[in-house]
Each structure stands twice: as C-alpha cells, then as structure tokens.
Ligand binder design. Sequence first.
Ligand code: PGA
Length: 262
Amino acid sequence: MEIIIQPTREQVSKLGAKYVAQLIRQKPNAVLGLATGSTPLALYAELVRLHRETGLDFSQVTTFNLDEYLGLPPVHPASYHHFMWENLFQHLNVNPKRVFIPRGDLEDEEVAEYCESYEVEIQRAGGIDLQILGIGGDGHIGFNEPSSSLASRTRIKTLTERTRADNASFFNSTETVPQHVITMGIGTILEAREVLLLAFGVSKAEAVAASVEGPIASFVPASSLQLHRRARFLLDEAAASKLIRQDYYRWVYDQKPTWQNP
Ligand code: PGA
C-alpha cells in the first residue's frame, strides 16, 4: 500500500485526478470505478477542468459506479444516478452507453439476478482499471458495511444507522435515507487493477488508521485493501492524524523516484 499525505483536500484531489488523467492518456478506453459522496467531488471537479482546459478525452472511457440506494428511481435528487450526472458526467464527453450505475428501481425479485448481471457487465468491459473509493467513518468501502465478506460480490446490503445518519444531508432526514442498497462487493473492488482511496477530515482518521495499521478484518472493510497489489490511500493531514507511522509514509513518498509520479 502507498500512503500519501498532502496538506489539503484540494492538493489530495488534484493528485488523485492526475492519476486518473495519466491512466486515460495511456489507455483512452480505460474502465473507471467511481464513487459518490462528498469525498470525490473536488477530484471530479478537477477532471472536468482537465477535460475543458486540456481536452482530456472521456469518449471511450467506461465507468462503473460502486453503489446505489434501493427504492430510488434514477431521477430522484438523492440517487447516485442523479449525483453522478450532476457532478461529473454532464460536464464530460462520456458516452452514456458506457456509463454503468447500479439500478435502484428494482422489484425485490429482480435484485439477485440484476446484481449478477452487473458483475458480468464489468467482466465484459475487461475489468476495472482504476477504482476510486471514499471510506466511511466505520471503515466501509462502497456500501460494504462492517462484517461484509471480504470475498463479497455485487449484492443487496443493509445500511447501518451510522451510515444513514452520515448521509442524511442528501435527504430530508435520517428516516428518509433508504435502508437498503446495491453495492459492488469487496471481492469485486479487490479485482480492480488499481485502487485510489481518498479520505478527508478527522472524522475519517480512526477508520483510516484501522484500515492501514490494523489487522485485515471484515469489521473494517477498507482493511481488505492491504491485500491489494496497487492500493493508494490519498489523505489530508486530518484524515492521516491517527496513523502511528505518519513520518515513515511521508519519508517513503519523499524518496519516490520522480518517474513514478503522475
Ligand atoms: P463521504 O462518504 O464521501 O460522503 O464522506 C464516504 C463513504 O461513505 O464511503
């Protein structure tokens, strides 16, 4: 794992966008795994800027989102469909046929088959080249809440009350946050060729420390990334503040050969 600590959210997001842009320039038909929530917003804004100002081309890029609330139609303002089009896709030259977001408007009996088809679609696209992740205060990635199997695939999950409360700002109240979601599994995420996990603020510091310096445990889903060959944690100072070996990570990053930087 590579732990990169930058002074501000802005700097972390710009660096994250550089990794994404480097991949797209090297592989114009790259497959991106995308996340929602407040964490990736500045990274997405930077990708939009790079598209506008440098012509970064998304026309052949395929995207797969991690998750969606069950029970919300795509037009619902709190749905992740709406979030993605609003904050990213409408500002880029993506081909809508190459945009995949789990559907939230499924009947109960459709869910299992749909989840399998989402996995098939990822395989058909050639697998995910780079997965962007946030992290929940409880260590979740995607909506893989604590105790999710480290081998899990795309499926229905039940949100914890903490996650519902954390996400209530996108809804009228915690009560109106859906109880169930569809999310890629931890096993799905671990198959991405490269992973970028971003975290900002002190509310993420404990989850980050447990994921990086604690044991691999299903109760800390992001700790599963210790098993990944190419996982980067991009952190601001506050999110890194509970890491015991901060000085070591900073030293390693400073020693990095310049040709390895995006
Ligand atoms: P946030 O959520 O980006 O809104 O903090 C991250 C997550 O729950 O994965």
